[in-house]
Design a protein around this ligand. Structure first.
Ligand SMILES: Cc1cc2nc3c(=O)[nH]c(=O)nc-3n(C[C@H](O)[C@H](O)[C@H](O)COP(=O)(O)OP(=O)(O)OC[C@H]3O[C@@H](n4cnc5c(N)ncnc54)[C@H](O)[C@@H]3O)c2cc1C
Length: 437
């Protein structure tokens, strides 16, 4: 028989958050700042179960992020920057021809104040105060929910436990399980992009990347015009940060991020679905490294040599993503506002405009305001709070849906255009700055 956890017996049922990714954790910290009870449930058994070592630029949502975080987190935010010595990120927007290293554009920073954070270190910081207070539970795989006769959501987990709350929030990422219970995914399915993406971070010696850093000291992207392969390079840790700056150049260490993506053929799509085709084997890290080297072989020698010589054969992990997108299609029905989504669960978008997490922050900000309204009304005896909750969640979902729809479409267009050198111009969508509040 399922066990009801004692945490569900309190007078003010907690907000239940499924997923301790950065969307769920930023939202949890926003609730913590306002002393609203919550519980976070994460499927992974520990913070370091999976390495997700990419860097994130926080741009249009930085102000909202700073306003949401409790002081103890805010004070250490800059320590999680890729370069903690900077007060803000000053990197340019650079796009090059990967065959020749010719610039398509090199633009000064398009947004005002930005920060470029290490995702791993930032997530670690966001765990502060949650594990100690037992408000974050590891090893909890969400499997389903019900809404009881008094309008309270009850979340069920694979280990047989269940928890009751005043609101259930799906922060369970791009393959959200809650999404499928809230929306008709036959009518509004996820939409595949014809693109395969591989990415990894690797520690290399300075001489290997000196030529890349001459193109831009911190990051650039580019495209091979003939093969339509796209590439991303960025610095994730410099010798000043890891203590190797005083060594001779050949012993100085740089942690860098390398990503590649390419347009897939119908045959490769069939392979991904288990069909027979000549698509490259991407089943292991070693196979993915081999494919990255093959794809980079006809890049300019300065870039190709990094893939060929600087990445060990047994390097891992290498992230493989078959890209797709989705956004909330309509207001949710049937739960009286008891259940909603944030982050990639609410809007899955390709990463070419670097916006997914920025939108997750805006979701978390607006949902915190909503949770405060619900929390205030939850004190009332007459059950009026259910009406307050339904209206507040409907407003939240309306804003998130409208914003997500625009962002997903722009990211889709950018994803496709960055693979076509000839089509890129000053009017390209990938260059346009987003304006969201
Ligand atoms: C290479 C790369 C670079 C990027 N760069 C940027 C950038 O510069 N700027 C930007 O804004 N965005 C960027 N993004 C996008 C950004 O990383 C995502 O939008 C963001 O991480 C989404 O966070 P999330 O918490 O919604 O989802 P996730 O990080 O996927 O977290 C979901 C969590 O839910 C848990 N979970 C899933 N199912 C269950 C279940 N059934 N029960 C319990 N727990 C569950 C998962 O284990 C996970 O911890 C980038 C993405 C990539 C891949």
């Amino acid at each position: 028989m399922a066990k009801i956890n004692p945490a569900t017996q309190v007078n003010h049922p907690p907000v239940l958050i499924i997923g301790a990714g950065i969307a769920g954790l930023v939202f949890a910290q926003g609730l913590r700042k306002h002393s609203i009870p919550f519980l976070v449930f994460e499927r992974d058994t520990a913070a370091n179960s999976r390495l997700q070592g990419w860097a994130l630029t926080i741009h249009f949502a930085l102000g909202r992020l700073l306003s949401m975080l409790p002081d103890d987190i805010l004070q250490r935010l800059d320590d999680t920057q890729v370069d903690p010595r900077l007060s803000c990120d000053k990197s340019h927007s650079v796009f090059i021809n990967l065959e020749t290293c010719e610039y398509k554009w090199k633009l000064p920073p398009g947004y005002g104040t930005r920060k470029r954070l290490s995702r791993d270190r930032f997530r670690q910081l966001l765990l502060s105060g949650l594990e100690e207070s037992k408000t974050l539970l590891w090893g909890k795989e969400f499997v389903g929910f019900d809404v009881d006769e008094s309008g309270l959501p009850l979340a069920r987990f694979a280990d047989g436990t269940q928890y009751k709350g005043c609101l259930l929030v799906g922060a369970d990422g791009s393959s959200s399980r809650i999404r499928g219970r809230l929306y008709d995914l036959q009518a509004a399915p996820t939409r595949p992009l014809p693109v395969m993406f591989l990415g990894t971070s690797v520690v290399v010696r300075e001489p290997y990347i000196a030529a890349l850093r001459a193109l831009d000291p911190t990051l650039f992207q580019g495209c091979q015009p003939r093969t339509r392969t796209w590439m991303w390079f960025s610095v994730m840790e410099s010798p000043d940060i890891n203590g190797t700056a005083s060594r001779p150049p050949e012993e100085r260490l740089w942690k860098i991020q390398l990503c590649l993506s390419w347009l897939t053929s119908a045959a490769e799509d069939a392979e991904q679905q288990g069909g027979d085709s000549s698509a490259p084997d991407l089943s292991t890290d070693a196979a993915r490294i081999r494919v990255m080297r093959q794809k980079a072989a006809d890049f300019d020698p300065r870039i190709a040599s990094v893939f060929r010589d600087a990445i060990p054969d047994d390097h891992g992990p290498v992230l493989k993503l078959r890209l797709f997108d989705w956004h909330i299609p309509s207001p949710s029905t049937g739960t009286l506002g008891a259940v909603t989504l944030v982050g990639d669960a609410a809007h899955t978008m390709s990463m070419y405009r670097g916006e997914g997490f920025n939108h997750a922050i805006l979701d978390a900000y607006h949902l915190c305001q909503t949770a405060r309204e619900i929390s205030n009304a939850a004190g009332t005896e007459d059950g009026r709070w259910l009406e307050v909750r339904e209206k507040a969640i409907r407003d939240y979902e309306g804003e998130t849906r409208a914003r997500g729809e625009v962002a997903v479409a722009m990211c889709r267009a950018s994803c496709l255009e960055v693979h076509y050198w000839d089509k890129l111009s000053e009017n390209s969508i990938v260059r346009r700055t987003g304006h969201y509040a």
